[in-house]
Design a protein around this ligand. Structure first.
Ligand code: ADP
Ligand code: MG
Length: 330
């Protein structure tokens, strides 16, 4: 079944009831101040939502604004414009104090686990601190239990981050987040800094934790193969904008945006030994003056309208959105 591509109804209404949505961001704009110049806009009006219990992947080349988008969801820092709804709560309207009161519900895990942990605290203390924040009565014992559940034993629990490996530190930062009983976990390249041999273990752990604690997840990575594997739906970003959002299997088998297609070309198919085709980096090489489609200069299907008019993100099929004047034919 496919929906008419010009239906004027939001994907959410068209597909599932709104109470299924745990996190809903609309029109997110993030400007970074630049000394003596006008601010740099890293995110240009991004919309995204996360359904209860799902993993939404966020993928795109380095520098396209994935981390900035992720941080705007937890309001660190607050986006320049846009609304972030956590359930019925509009985070963008809360005071700093109110925000602190709900911060536990949204947790973020970063790429560099060692740097994101307090070097002076042991693993157990790190998780205890997290439990204390939500007023847990017996943080000492509970910290050990949570650490055990992420594969950190009692002996390791008494060590400090620099005495542990990157993989162990990432387990501890997952434990620290879980301790806060979040509804949504935002994982920003959580395995990119780890040895290849431990990446799969940490990905498995994240999936286990997601099931055990009924979490919803935003999974950020520059690696489409990793994202497609772990995510239910995938959102593809390019130069601070969303270009395509679709269920993983659909995005993988029937990409509609030419940029997604390019990213897929660089992902080896199962059994294929092909080397990754390097995707041209955005930094400095792509000239885009803000009119038309940001991808037009690299797009094989670009015509005049692509240079003149910014394509909007529109529904193109079941649960599938694309921002393109000439989407790839179904
Ligand atoms: P990604 O996570 O996709 O690699 P980022 O969100 O980190 O992208 O960055 C998006 C853009 O914003 C990049 O051009 C980056 O250089 C810029 N940027 C990120 N953080 C800052 C900052 N604190 N100040 C100024 N510019 C920043
Ligand atoms: Mg990043």
């Amino acid at each position: 079944m496919s929906t008419n591509s010009s239906v004027n109804v939001s994907v959410k209404e068209g597909v599932q009831a709104a109470d299924d949505i745990v996190l809903d961001a609309k029109g997110i704009i993030v400007d970074y101040p630049v000394r003596g110049k006008k601010p740099f806009r890293a995110v240009h009006g991004v919309d995204l939502f996360v359904r209860r219990g799902e993993t939404l992947g966020l993928v795109g080349e380095s520098g396209c604004g994935k981390s900035t988008t992720g941080k705007s969801l937890i309001q660190l820092p607050r986006p320049t414009q846009g609304e972030v709804m956590l359930g019925d709560l509009d985070l963008s309207k809360l005071s700093q104090k109110e925000l602190r009161g709900v911060r536990n519900r949204l947790q973020m895990i970063f790429q560099d686990p060692i740097a994101s942990l307090n070097p002076r605290r042991t693993a157990q203390e790190i998780v205890m601190d997290s439990l204390t924040l939500i007023g847990h009565k017996n943080p000492k014992e509970r910290a050990l239990e949570i650490l055990q559940s992420v594969g950190v034993d009692r002996q390791m629990a008494s060590r400090r981050p620099h005495q542990l490996s990157g993989g162990q530190c990432q387990r501890i930062s997952i434990a620290r987040s879980i301790a806060q009983e979040p509804e949504v976990m935002i994982c920003d390249e959580p395995v990119s800094a780890l040895d290849v041999s431990v990446q799969a273990q940490v990905l498995n752990l994240l999936e286990e934790m997601k099931e055990e604690y009924s979490l919803s997840m935003v999974f950020i990575s520059h690696d489409l193969a990793v994202v497609a594997n772990i995510s239910d739906r995938v959102a593809v970003m390019y130069l601070g904008r969303m270009c395509e959002v679709a269920p993983s299997t659909e995005l993988y088998s029937r990409p509609r945006h030419h940029y997604t297609n390019l990213l897929l070309d660089s992902v080896p198919k199962p059994g294929e030994q092909r080397k990754l085709k390097p995707v041209q980096s955005d930094s400095g090489q792509v000239k885009y003056d803000g009119t038309g489609c940001p991808f037009a200069s690299r797009c094989p299907a670009a015509t005049q309208i692509c240079k003149d008019e910014m394509p909007e993100l529109k529904i193109i099929g079941d649960d599938h959105q694309v921002a393109c004047h000439h989407p790839i034919e179904d």
